[in-house]
Ligand binder design. Structure first.
Ligand SMILES: [Zn+2]
Length: 275
């Protein structure tokens, strides 16, 4: 009887309304759809990496040296089809950009003409940080500078870290070429036509092995458990998005299934394409 009384008393206490001293949490406001990034539609296919993004670990380990004074580069005479002041400015820019960089190159006379193909400040890149560019690539100096940073501070150290191999050669599938995009017969002029792009098909190592973009990118290697090269290629492709404004390769479109295309195209509002 006593036990029954106690049980009834306990039940009565549980069923009582909340005491005045209990804390009542405020009702949460509904989340605004605009403030929810998941609900935001993706309006553009281009990506613009955040400028404050941290550099890759491999690059963070190799801090760039302070920029030295411009170097003396003796370009061959002549302006080609370019105004004198444009050539002088471009060649001065080369002297500043290339100072202190480990690039083996030959200065070139201006290529092409204003309003058409070419560039007023051109060099022939033969090697970067001891890595041969085969065949040598005709490039403007802004592209040469970006290539140096990518190869010396990413491709080379990542090859060492992830494959245990020393990078010795980057195979140039296409550099300067006066043509439209994707080798079309009309349309927009290619960045290759401005000596502002490079296509890379294969990377070679000191042990006489090589990594082929076409053969080593696919998921096949992952299936059979030898995905080392695939991971390496994915990593340097991702790093390239920091250095270049366009990075295309296998999976981007039907034109880039067998090589990486990298360029420094200038777009409105600084948009980049990293696909
Ligand atoms: Zn290309």
């Amino acid at each position: 009887m006593v036990l029954r009384t106690l049980l009834i008393a306990a039940l009565f206490a549980v069923c009582q309304p909340a005491a005045a001293s209990e804390i009542i949490l405020p009702r949460l406001k509904p989340t605004s759809p605009v403030a929810n990034p998941v609900l935001k539609p993706v309006l553009k296919p281009v990506l613009k990496p955040a400028p404050e993004a941290d550099p890759p670990a491999a690059e963070a380990d190799a801090a760039p040296p302070a920029k030295p004074k411009p170097v003396a580069i003796h370009f061959p005479g002549g302006n080609g089809g370019w105004p004198d002041d444009v050539v002088k400015a471009a060649q001065a820019d080369c002297r500043s950009r290339l100072a202190g960089l480990d690039i083996d190159f030959e200065p070139m006379a201006p290529i092409g003409s204003e309003g058409g193909c070419g560039t007023p400040g051109a060099i022939l890149i033969k090697a970067i940080d001891g890595v041969e560019i085969d065949p040598p690539a005709e490039a403007n100096c802004e592209l040469a500078e970006a290539l140096h940073h990518w190869i010396a501070w990413s491709v080379k150290p990542v090859a060492k870290a992830s494959l245990g191999k020393r990078l010795t050669v980057v195979h140039n599938a296409s550099a300067y070429a006066c043509r439209f995009r994707n080798n079309a017969s009309s349309g927009k002029i290619s960045e290759h036509a401005k000596a502002n792009a490079l296509d890379i098909s294969t990377l070679g190592f000191s042990d006489d092995t090589s990594t082929n973009i076409k053969g080593d990118w696919s998921g096949l290697k992952r299936l059979i458990g030898t995905a080392g090269d695939s991971d390496f290629l994915a990593r340097i492709r991702r790093d390239a998005c920091i250095r270049f404004t366009t990075v295309l390769g296998p999976g981007s479109d039907p034109y880039h299934g067998d090589h990486f295309h990298i360029d420094l195209a200038r777009r409105k509002n600084g948009y980049r394409i990293c696909q």
